[in-house]
Design a protein around this ligand. Sequence first.
Ligand SMILES: *[C@@H]1O[C@H](CO)[C@@H](O)[C@H](O)[C@H]1NC(C)=O
Ligand SMILES: *[C@@H]1O[C@H](CO)[C@@H](O)[C@H](O)[C@H]1NC(C)=O
Ligand SMILES: [Zn+2]
Ligand SMILES: [Zn+2]
Length: 475
Amino acid sequence: MAAFAEKAPFSLRTLPGLLLFSVQLSQALPVPGGSPGEKNAQLVQDYLEKFYQLPREGLRSERQNSPSVIVEKLKEMQRFFGLDETGKPSQETLEVMQQPRCGVPDSGDFMLTPGNPKWKETNLTYRIIKYTKQLSEADVETAIKKAFQVWSNASPLTFTKISQGEPDIKIAFVRGDHGDNSPFDGPNGILAHAFQPGQGIGGDVHFDADETWTQNSSNYNLFLVAAHEFGHSLGLAHSTDPGALMYPNYAFRDPSTYTLPQDDINGIQTIYGPSSNPIQPTGPTTPTACDPSLTFDAITTLRGEILFFKDKYFWRKHPQMRRVELNFISLFWPSLPDGIQAAYEDVDKDLVFLFKGCQYWALSGYDIEQGYPRSISDYGFPSSVRAIDAAVHYRTQTYFFVNDEVWRYDNERQSMEAGYPKSIPSMFPGIESRVDAVFQQNYVFYFFSGPRYYTFNLGAQRVTKIDRSNKWLNC
Ligand SMILES: *[C@@H]1O[C@H](CO)[C@@H](O)[C@H](O)[C@H]1NC(C)=O
Ligand SMILES: *[C@@H]1O[C@H](CO)[C@@H](O)[C@H](O)[C@H]1NC(C)=O
Ligand SMILES: [Zn+2]
Ligand SMILES: [Zn+2]
């Protein structure tokens, strides 16, 4: 038995574009049926019952759960998601609880099942018992097949589709209460669930038929959810690695270039051994904030937040929250590429500009402006400049760092200033090496080069401090 879902977590927002405003939203929205406090208490209760084995209220008719049990379960949940372990339902805890996710619990029976359930054979069969009307049968089959391939590429397992008889893994789109004591909850909230390897219902996968299932970046991409659920069908539990496929919350990634992350490869190979392929697959590893050699690709402010870009991820540092949040770039901006190289905020225009190679994009808040990407030749760069290392905006000027030189763009005259490029140390004494990333805050430029950052005071025109880059991520 894998899931104990009962009531829907109410979902104020599931669209990444709204994340920025979610704090204000959840405070401002009228809350039907109860005060915000009661509503939050119910959300916490439901979430912990479903995913953290909190005993259900009502089943024990005499007593309610004691507050200390809830605090312990809340801490366990906060530890899983890398939140501050306060045992209190902080705003960020409530936000995580409202994200769309898998219905399989993060702790409890599933992970503790004695003997780590696994399939005895490696040649497994599957059958699609019930389809969704939202996609053609052919499209469902393509997504399912591709999702199995994610796992067969990384292990000795094979998957064969059958259309009659008893398969190992039964797949069905079902809604509401569907006879396994784990009802679905309508749109959003719980998207799907799956059962660990075994006879009968073991290995089976159910998708919530009330979700909108897609083949693209609109919520929810069937291939991505299926690949996650099949991990459970094969015996994997949830991972705390936010980049892993087995992370419980949904995050969009481009299916056409999808490669199984290393964390999941390690998981499946621990159970079934290496791939039958002579060349073992390797997958992307999630950057860890406190890795002492961590470097950044680009950094910018955005309406008071600071965004730190790295490969296909960015960390988001909110001024009021201690925690920094790691996100996929594709979760917020499905059309942006990975590996953003430079970024700056133009506070007057209220736009953030992101650069990769010869292209750049403009963001208004978390939305990409129409008409982008555009070419950096707009700024007057010669064609010899193929990429920008770092950029920062100050007053009416934008500084671009390319190799060991700096260019300065005049935003009023809309042209590159004469006399540039200049050597970086001639403009910024003390900044001797290439710049990976730079941003401006309170008349200070923070230059990042390798694992160090340099505080450059614009008034004093000198470096006033050098420290580890990842101090910005609370390390
Ligand atoms: C899987 O392999 C085993 C052993 O080789 C065999 O007995 C079984 O019939 C195979 N099952 C399928 C579905 O091919
Ligand atoms: C995804 O596909 C659906 C159905 O084909 C379509 O309505 C929707 O606009 C698409 N979304 C994107 C972001 O392309
Ligand atoms: Zn799951
Ligand atoms: Zn089910």
